[in-house]
Design a protein around this ligand. Structure first.
Ligand code: NAP
Length: 270
């Protein structure tokens, strides 16, 4: 991971408590790192303690106030316990980032019900369970910020990704609906749609079994040719947008979906 985001004031989110699902790896860790750099206390949550432990050590090494919670966002009871624990441990919950997700290429004709369920339940149901669990805490404290991590692939047809594109289209719809429903509770609900970011999770999910991982020069060459801004995204590119939405600059922004992708989805080949 590159150096934590320091482009915002270091006390921008002082006193705020954030919960980032999937915060132990990839984009989620980049988001957690940016929120910590802006002064927030951050809880990172996911299934695997080994992910959380390494990430928390990295975030704390930079001086961050960080806690960890093991959870599975597919299970509503586990999600409720996660939110309860964060609110108890830190006294409040101001910012929820729904980042946990699963994905892999699979032909729709042979996609098994289990594989379909695994992705839709993690990406869409998990996002809803987290929003629903956070709502009463945020409402009781007079407001909050919810940011869900979506994608851009469902803006067009994207073969082999029926499960993930359907789930993220649902996340976008949920974002707009909850934004309207929860505006009276002073809770803003937005989404960020990242372009291609070569996280370890993505590389693993999209490398066919037995194939060698793509070399970095070959990948950089591809990015230079096919992404208008000429480079892959970094987790912090997404973290900066989440920080902006969580800050006072986001006070009047709700129901919006921000594409952060270096212009990728507008081109025919990326
Ligand atoms: P990643 O590193 O694989 O991140 C997924 C995270 O979700 C992991 O930390 C994983 O941790 C957690 N997770 C998975 N299933 C979970 C579950 N059932 N309960 C709780 N946590 C769970 O992948 P990434 O590339 O950073 O992706 C992060 C987000 O960005 C996702 O929403 C993805 O759809 C979105 N996105 C990524 C890209 C890209 O190019 N990278 C592009 C567009 C959108 P555990 O294994 O410990 O549970």
């Amino acid at each position: 991971m590159s150096a934590p985001g320091t482009i915002f004031r270091p006390d921008l989110l002082a006193g705020k408590v954030a919960l980032v699902t999937g915060g132990g790896t990839g984009i989620g860790l980049g988001i957690a790192s940016c929120l910590v750099a802006a002064g927030a206390t951050v809880a990172i949550a996911s299934r695997k303690p080994e992910h959380l432990k390494v990430a928390a050590e990295e975030l704390r090494a930079g001086g961050g106030k960080v806690s960890t919670v093991e959870t599975n966002v597919r299970e509503p009871e586990a999600v409720a316990r996660m939110v309860e624990r964060v609110a108890q441990e830190h006294g409040r919950l101001d910012i929820l980032v729904n980042n946990a997700a699963g994905n892999f290429y699979a032909p729709s004709a042979t996609l098994t019900p289990n594989a379909w369920r695994a992705v839709v339940e993690t990406d869409l149901y998990g996002t809803f369970y987290c929003c629903q669990a956070a709502h009463p805490v945020m409402k009781a404290q007079g407001g909050g910020r919810i940011v869900s991590i979506s994608m851009t692939l469902h803006y067009r047809g994207w073969p082999l990704m029926a499960h993930a594109t359907a789930a993220k289209a649902g996340v976008d719809a949920l974002t707009r609906t909850l934004a309207v429903e929860w505006a009276p509770d002073r809770i803003t609900v937005n989404a960020v749609a990242p372009g291609p970011i070569p996280t370890e999770g993505v590389k693993k999910a999209f490398t066919p079994p037995g194939a060698a991982a793509a070399s970095v020069p070959a990948m950089d060459d591809y990015a230079a040719r096919s992404i208008p801004m000429g480079r892959w995204g970094a987790p912090e590119d997404i973290g900066h947008m989440v920080t902006y939405l969580a800050s006072p600059a986001g006070d009047w922004i709700t129901g919006a979906i921000f594409v952060v992708d270096g212009g990728s989805w507008l081109t025919p080949c990326s």
